[in-house]
Design a protein. Structure first.
Length: 180
């Protein structure tokens, strides 16, 4: 169903944020391809005041407001318990998958991927493999972090990427499942 954007409000419990360049890319994405919202509606519940509170799509709501959209498609989750709503709020924002960089490099246009909001590393200039090992003065400064399990590493990847994006422009990280 479609509702007036003025009837939708962001979820104050949403722990995810979007800033600067990533927000601009999301705004541009919605401006250029608003039909995408029809296939990926906001997930909401109705609060006691009759407003629709976003469970999934808080950043899309914010970007849609910036674009000036008047209506948005939503799906209601009024039949969910509060625990289910809380669980969805977190799970909807967890990134379980990984990008296949070889496939992206060989089968996709890097400029289009960047335009669509994917942060594509510049593999030509980033050190890899042996370049990351050693103490020669001309090598980039690196940091090695060891995790107890693959699951712990997977959870940390999202936090590390967000930190790098937010505070350390041009920094990147690579992941391996053992010594390089």
């Amino acid at each position: 169903m479609k509702v007036k954007i003025s009837e939708i409000k962001a979820n104050s419990k949403n722990p995810r944020i979007i800033k600067d360049d990533k927000f601009k890319k999301l705004v541009q994405s919605i401006r250029e391809f608003p039909e995408m919202l029809e296939k990926r509606p906001l997930v909401c519940f109705t609060d006691i005041d009759g407003k629709y509170v976003v469970l999934g799509g808080n950043m899309r709501l914010k970007a849609s407001q910036e674009v000036g959209l008047k209506e948005l498609p939503i799906v209601l989750a009024d039949d969910w318990t509060q625990e289910q709503r809380d669980e969805f709020l977190i799970k909807d924002n967890v990134g379980f998958g990984e990008w296949d960089w070889d496939q992206l490099a060989n089968e996709w246009d890097a400029d289009k991927l960047d335009e669509w909001g994917l942060d594509v590393p510049n593999f030509d200039t980033e050190p890899i493999g042996d370049d990351l090992i050693g103490d020669e003065k001309n090598k980039p400064a690196t940091l090695k972090i060891t995790f107890k399990s693959p699951e712990q590493l997977q959870k940390a990847e999202i936090d590390i990427q967000e930190l790098l994006d937010r505070k350390y422009e041009g920094a990147y990280f690579s992941v391996s499942a053992g010594e390089l």
